[in-house]
Design a protein around this ligand. Structure first.
Ligand SMILES: NC(=O)c1ccc[n+]([C@@H]2O[C@H](COP(=O)([O-])OP(=O)(O)OC[C@H]3O[C@@H](n4cnc5c(N)ncnc54)[C@H](OP(=O)(O)O)[C@@H]3O)[C@@H](O)[C@H]2O)c1
Length: 361
């Protein structure tokens, strides 16, 4: 086997998988490259939307007869079950694929077993190639399968001294235009975008995706426990669907036609995990938490932040709200420690991506 050729093909499959981000939930993103018996790429595919063909099927269709005797590179173990589409393991066998290389084993108990089916049919199977890269590309879905709630990415834009607004409340714009465009990409990758009532009242945010080609609009989820939002709020326009989360007894008569989720309140707050459970039940697998600091604090306190993306702008304010409000942490030994997974210059800012350090690591 030509290992370098295997790596090149799998890396391409990981790239293809990313094209589905934000559009496939509750399914994972998956990419597939099919080569013929000589190793020439004859088909490519990715899972484009839930209910549509899986990546393998797209790639096999593109390859046609040339797939016979060839290799399929798939970012996730081919599925073994018949859902809205047929099992991919069977499709690969029927297409005459001789070897399947996949990166990440399928943790979904309903779908797993594809590798065994392939082996039983005489197909050579190799697992684990570029596993880390493929895992990173599918982190939202994998996290949601493992935790039973949506993956939560908390994003904020702050000055170098950690302020997300000035003392007078002004907050537009802390970060550069390039960072703001980058945030639209994060929104496009998410199934839902979430903000708290403080942000709704202070900023009247719109939260829809702009400037990202072929983006599927995320569900805009706005917490407004007392239903104080005006019908003219930008988040209620028809650019994207919106779910308004209100307290059980909130008077919403001035908001006809708005989709509501009524939740019980404790100390005037909705339960973070209760909210996430509702979102999960409606197929949401990834949430972009856009603040503000109070809501982010509640998510951190609830252990419900899986990734932090901070845009740090080279500016100082010295006063104004900090990126994170009280998260129930009172002493340094209880700090939520993070591992930085990436730093990047975005316009004039620095984007830092970090994930909570694994306990015991
Ligand atoms: N630079 C940035 O990245 C960025 C991003 C977002 C916001 N901001 C700034 O942050 C400020 C607003 O932040 P904020 O901290 O005042 O408000 P916030 O975090 O946006 O919202 C907090 C509010 O959400 C509602 N809520 C419901 N359940 C909750 C729960 N479990 N935990 C926490 N909140 C819950 C409550 O509002 P109700 O009971 O009133 O509904 C609560 O007062 C503004 O200045 C805004 O410009 C900056």
């Amino acid at each position: 086997m030509d290992r370098q050729a295997d790596i090149t093909a799998m890396r391409r499959a990981v790239e293809l998988a990313a094209r589905g981000l934000g559009a496939t939930s509750p399914n994972p993103v998956v990419g597939c490259v099919v080569t013929d018996a000589s190793g020439r790429v004859v088909g490519e595919g990715w899972h484009q939307r839930a209910g549509g063909p899986h990546a393998e099927v797209h790639a096999l269709r593109a390859a046609g007869e040339e797939a016979r005797g060839g290799t399929a590179y798939v970012t996730l173990e081919p599925c073994n079950h018949t859902g809205r589409t047929g099992p991919c393991a069977q499709a690969l066998i029927e297409a005459g694929i001789a070897r399947v290389v996949y990166a990440v084993a399928d943790p979904d108990p309903q779908a797993t077993g594809g590798a065994d089916t392939l082996r039983a049919a005489g197909v050579e199977v190799a697992a684990g190639l570029l596993e880390d890269e493929a895992e990173a590309g599918n982190t939202a879905w994998l996290t949601s399968v493992r935790t039973g709630r949506p993956f939560v990415r908390w994003k904020y834009a702050a000055t170098l001294d950690g302020r997300v607004a000035a003392a007078d409340g002004s907050s537009r714009w802390i970060s550069s235009a390039a960072s703001r465009a980058d945030v639209h990409r994060l929104r496009a990758e998410a199934d839902a975008v979430l903000v708290g009532g403080g942000t709704l009242r202070a900023d009247d945010p719109h939260l829809a995706v702009r400037g990202v080609e072929d983006a599927v609009q995320p569900l805009r989820v706005a917490l407004d426990t007392r239903a104080e939002l005006l019908p003219t709020a930008r988040v209620l326009d028809d650019a994207a669907p919106t779910l308004l989360v209100v307290g059980e007894d909130a008077d919403t008569r001035h908001l006809p036609g708005v989709e509501l989720l009524r939740l019980p309140l404790r100390d005037g707050r909705v339960g973070v995990h209760e909210l996430l459970a509702h979102l999960y039940a409606r197929g949401i697998r990834s949430v972009l938490l856009e603040g503000g600091p109070t809501l982010a604090g509640a998510f951190v306190a609830g252990g419900a932040v899986d990734q932090v993306v901070g845009y740090l702008a080279p500016a100082l304010l010295g006063a104004g709200p900090n990126a994170l409000a009280d998260a129930g942490i009172t002493t340094l030994t209880r700090a939520l420690r993070l591992d930085i997974t990436e730093t990047a210059h975005i316009g004039s800012d620095i984007r830092i991506t970090a994930v909570p350090t694994l306990k015991g690591a």
